[in-house]
Design a protein around this ligand. Structure first.
Ligand SMILES: [Zn+2]
Length: 160
């Protein structure tokens, strides 16, 4: 089975997503519930706020915003064929092994630590806000969300 980026979605929508920096981390259910309530206070006009937990680690992409992948060490654009092959290989482990050697400067790193433009990452847990109406969380609000979920978070803006 090959990894594929999936764009199929009949409605155009913006998703503001938060994922733990550790792909395997899943906050406990009580903390997830607190986090949804907190985000509902911060973003009262959002169409939907939900938390999603998957059995396996998934690639959370920025959808149509996804443009390119950049090496975090030498800042050059990574060849998409190399990246697709690396993703296929990692997908065979269901993304439990994300280790790669960068093709440009041969640094040992993880697919989760490449620079995605726009931001993307790997996760089992996602807090998804559908159509937050042009607003987003400021750094103080994100810090409070991180405290509730007991993990540092990455922010992903996805457009479909
Ligand atoms: Zn490099």
């Amino acid at each position: 089975m090959r990894f594929e980026l999936i764009y199929l979605n009949p409605m155009s929508e913006n998703i503001l997503a938060f994922i733990p920096t550790d792909p395997s981390f899943v906050p406990d259910e009580r903390d997830q519930s607190k986090a949804r309530k907190l985000v509902a206070l911060f973003l009262p006009h959002a169409d939907e706020i939900k938390t999603v937990v998957t059995n396996e680690i998934e690639f959370i992409s920025s959808g149509a915003n996804f443009a390119r992948v950049i090496c975090p060490y030498c800042d050059i654009e990574i060849d998409m064929n190399w990246w697709t092959e690396a993703m296929d290989k990692a997908y065979k482990t269901r993304f439990t092994n994300l280790q790669v050697n960068t093709p440009c400067c041969h640094q040992l790193t993880s697919l989760n630590h490449l620079k995605y433009d726009w931001a993307s990452g790997f996760a089992r847990f996602v807090l998804r806000v559908r159509n937050p109406d042009g607003t987003e969380l400021d750094s103080e609000e994100i810090r409070r969300l991180e405290m509730v979920l007991k993990t540092p978070l990455w922010k992903i803006w996805a457009h479909y």
